[in-house]
Design a protein around this ligand. Structure first.
Ligand SMILES: Nc1ncnc2c1ncn2[C@@H]1O[C@H](COP(=O)(O)OP(=O)(O)OP(=O)(O)O)[C@@H](O)[C@H]1O
Ligand SMILES: O=P(O)(O)OC[C@H]1O[C@H](OP(=O)(O)OP(=O)(O)O)[C@H](O)[C@@H]1O
Ligand SMILES: [Mg+2]
Length: 325
């Protein structure tokens, strides 16, 4: 290995578009080699290599330490890794790729609403038919552990790699475990989610491999990416407000902190320009207050980044790498 930071990104679809947008917000442009190649880079970061992979391959390569960082669904991390707590760190939920892994049964099963009801049905089914209730899924591990937590043992899994929601109507299974986002596919197949049948609320995460070879260059590149991401996220939450200072303004600044929830990123100094980061929802209240205080001009700018040397995200990665190996 070159010692570079290797990042696994989804190679297609909505996950890919959203992952690219996530890096772009942090000022990092994803470039695909040759336009459609399966490798790439981040503009301006010489020590980064990108591998375009399927979401499930990303989970596997994080486990094996082939890639350092990856963007993939939490569902795939929990399903494919034998010891996710030991082998990876979920650094940041990314706010896209939302999908719930759920247990669903035919809507016609009107007296089945909970996992306990399903347990009753499973026992009755076995007794009456002489065979066990079938659950169609590709989430073997999540299904086994969730069913075990609910004391449900009288079933068998039938592997389904696609069109899982069609299994009950096709007669290949009675129950399904699959992901749902809008619920349209379940509804179209006359299925309903059990009241306590949500196994996992998944979304895409930025995930770090703890078993990868972390060279100094790789760790430095990851640190810069995480700093940019944190700075952008912090900046997106506030608006920078400037107004004329009068005297040391200590009392006024204290009042701003109490009444408007602002932070004073550069402290209560004697500088004539006061800089306050105001929650967006409080901006006009703050401006009106400053007018009333005799500050005739207030400007509000959006900071592109609010960098902070102490970054819990980067520190957690470093701490996990120290402890985990
Ligand atoms: N509506 C959706 N359909 C499919 N996946 C979704 C949906 N919403 C979110 N996801 C998430 O996207 C990830 C799966 O992505 P994708 O289907 O590209 O990967 P894959 O399963 O490896 O590839 P393939 O579907 O080609 O086998 C999972 O983490 C899943 O939870
Ligand atoms: O709740 P919904 O919004 O209806 O989404 C859920 C469906 O979307 C996915 O399939 P997709 O069409 O992406 O095809 P895939 O199975 O090939 O990934 C998933 O496998 C579900 O079947
Ligand atoms: Mg898919």
């Amino acid at each position: 290995m070159s010692g570079k930071l290797v990042i696994g990104l989804p190679s297609k679809g909505r996950l890919q578009e959203n992952a690219n947008a996530f890096f772009a917000r942090a000022g990092l442009k994803v470039r695909q080699d040759g336009g459609r190649g399966y490798t790439g880079r981040l503009d301006g970061m010489a020590n980064v290599e990108i591998a375009f992979l399927s979401a499930s391959e990303i989970a596997g390569q994080l486990e094996q330490g082939i890639i350092h960082l990856g963007v993939t669904g939490e569902d795939l991390i929990r399903e494919k890794l034998s010891a996710p707590e030991r082998d990876v760190e979920l650094l940041l939920p990314l706010g896209f790729g939302h999908a719930d892994v759920v247990v669903a049964v035919p809507q016609s099963w009107i007296d089945v609403a909970t996992m306990a009801d399903l347990d009753d049905v499973a026992l009755a089914f076995h007794t009456k038919r002489g065979r066990r209730l079938r659950v169609a899924t590709k989430y073997f591990n999540l299904t086994r552990s969730f069913f075990a937590e609910h004391g449900l043992t009288d079933y068998r899994i039938v592997e389904s790699l696609g069109a899982t929601e069609g299994a009950p109507a096709a007669g290949t299974a009675e129950v399904i475990v699959d992901i749902t986002s809008t619920g349209a596919t379940l509804a179209a197949n006359n299925l309903k989610i059990l009241d306590d049948g949500t196994i996992l609320k998944s979304q895409a995460n930025l995930v770090a491999s703890l078993g990868a070879e972390w060279s100094d260059a790789a760790l430095k590149a990851a640190g810069e990416i995480l700093d940019r991401v944190s700075a952008q996220a912090r900046a997106a939450k506030v608006i920078e407000v400037r107004f004329a200072g009068e005297g040391d303004d200590a009392a006024l600044l204290d009042e701003l902190k109490k009444r408007f929830g602002v932070t004073l990123p550069f402290g209560n100094g004697v500088a004539p320009v006061r800089i306050a980061h105001c929650p967006e929802a409080r901006l006009y209240d703050l401006v009106a207050f400053l007018y009333a205080e005799g500050r005739d001009t207030v400007t509000a700018v959006r900071a592109d980044y609010v960098f902070e040397a102490k970054n819990p995200l980067r520190e957690r990665l470093v701490a996990r790498l120290k402890n985990g190996n």
